[in-house]
Design a binder for this molecule. Structure first.
Ligand SMILES: Nc1nc2c(ncn2[C@@H]2O[C@H](COP(=O)(O)OP(=O)(O)OP(=O)(O)O)[C@@H](O)[C@H]2O)c(=O)[nH]1
Ligand SMILES: C[S@@+](CC[C@H](N)C(=O)[O-])C[C@H]1O[C@@H](n2cnc3c(N)ncnc32)[C@H](O)[C@@H]1O
Ligand code: SF4
Ligand code: SF4
Length: 357
């Protein structure tokens, strides 16, 4: 293989002109390599902008602008892209996200189509679990491997306040149903907010009792309402201090260097808690992610608005080689990192729900 060109980390900027899929300087390799030598093997596909909740750190109260149905990738298009990613580009795991993936009626078909097209590749989903109770069995049968569920509080009133919807019972039923049908390991994601910090220990107790792994996530400037402020966010450090008054936590690090979560053993184990410290302990240097939006554009980074359109190629008779090359170009031009701490940082145009977390 041609040696990798190691770039100099730069501040993220969407204002750079030029072709976002340019291959200039790229070594001749099939995989999704970037200028910093990172290789993306983890594909995250958003399949809808719609959601049953309105979490304040993510969505505006009125929801995201509706994407016309014809602009969303179809079941067949999603399956084709996944096939190209796995066969030609070295993708080793696929995660469906959104918006809320359960809002798509054809989710089971998407999963079974992918399971058939790329057997052996883990197919995961990140979900709010509203209504999952009624679909967990069919999803597992279709070939879904595991789920991560977003849950910020087990206090019903508090949950309703954070998500602007009174759906806690449905979420808890969804978690239990997923566990029952063997979607494992099952992880719970909780975004750290000032308002949730006092309930963090209670949430952790609930997850340990339910046998699921909780990960706390530092809030990133990806909320549609643009209210994020560095000085207000709860840091991993602050959370550890709060949890430390109730539990004995022993750091065990990451099992995989590209995993976002660092792990701590709780009271000697075996239960663990994770922290995804995207802001204060960024893991961009080991990033292995590539993302596709619901409209079929490749985003090399959560924070980069320079998207490369695969849908146009898919719908104009483009062959697999052409689509694979567009994707390679998109990833070759990936930034070093999110640049949140850099002076002049500007959040991306799309919010988390429109990118797919
Ligand atoms: N900065 C950054 N944060 C990410 C990235 N991927 C995931 N996250 C954060 O981590 C949270 C949890 O992500 P999940 O969708 O559960 O996926 P995951 O943690 O990679 O999944 P596992 O493989 O189960 O560990 C997301 O909500 C984001 O806040 C990423 O590429 N960059
Ligand atoms: C955008 S959601 C999509 C999938 C699904 N609706 C869910 O909530 O799990 C994916 C993940 O993004 C996380 N998220 C949303 N906004 C965030 C923010 N501003 N900072 C960090 N994580 C965020 C959520 O907690 C969730 O785990
Ligand atoms: S975090 Fe997930 S559940 Fe919450 S509003 Fe965003 S997309 Fe919906
Ligand atoms: S912010 Fe971008 S570079 Fe950093 S880990 Fe996330 S996707 Fe990767």
């Amino acid at each position: 293989m041609t040696p990798v060109v190691v770039g100099i980390p730069t501040v993220r900027s969407n204002s750079v002109r030029g072709n976002p899929a340019s291959m200039t300087g790229r070594p001749d390799t099939d995989v999704l390599i970037d200028k910093f030598g990172r290789v993306a093997r983890d594909l995250r596909i958003s399949i809808t902008e719609k959601c049953s909740l309105r979490c304040t750190y993510c969505m505006p109260e009125e929801g995201l602008p509706v994407i016309p149905a014809a602009d969303l990738l179809s079941t067949e298009e999603i399956v084709r892209v996944v096939g190209i990613g796995v066969d030609r580009l070295g993708i080793r795991e696929v995660r469906f996200t959104g918006g809320e993936p359960l809002m798509r009626k054809d989710l089971e078909k998407i999963i079974s189509g992918c399971a058939e097209r790329v057997p052996g590749i883990p197919l995961a989903m990140t979900t709010n679990a509203v209504g999952l109770e009624h679909r967990a069995q069919q999803l597992a049968a279709a070939g879904l491997t595991r789920v991560n569920v977003s849950l910020d509080s087990v206090d019903r009133a508090h949950f309703a306040e954070l998500t602007r919807r009174d759906r806690l019972p449905s979420v808890l039923a969804g978690i239990h149903a997923a566990a029952r049908v063997g979607l494992a390991p099952l992880k719970v994601n909780a975004v750290l907010m000032r308002e949730t910090l006092s309930g963090a220990a209670e949430l952790l107790h609930w997850c340990v009792d339910a046998g699921v792994e909780l990960r706390f996530i530092e809030q990133m400037p990806l909320d549609a309402d643009h209210t994020w402020a560095r000085e207000n966010m709860v840091t991993a450090e602050e959370l550890l201090t709060v949890l430390g008054t109730r539990f004995t936590l022993t750091a065990i690090g990451r099992d995989d260097p590209s995993a976002p979560a660092e792990e701590w053993k709780i009271d000697g184990g075996p239960a663990t808690v994770g922290i995804i410290a995207s802001v204060t302990r960024s893991f961009c240097a080991d990033c292995d992610r590539t993302r596709m939006t619901a409209e079929g554009t490749i985003r090399s980074c959560l924070f980069s608005d320079r998207e490369v359109d695969l849908r146009a190629a898919l719908r104009s008779g483009g062959g697999d080689d052409e689509i694979a090359d567009l994707w390679r170009g998109a990833m070759w031009n990936k930034w070093a990192g999110h640049g949140i701490a850099a002076e002049g940082f500007v959040p991306p145009e799309r919010s988390m729900g429109a990118i797919g977390g």
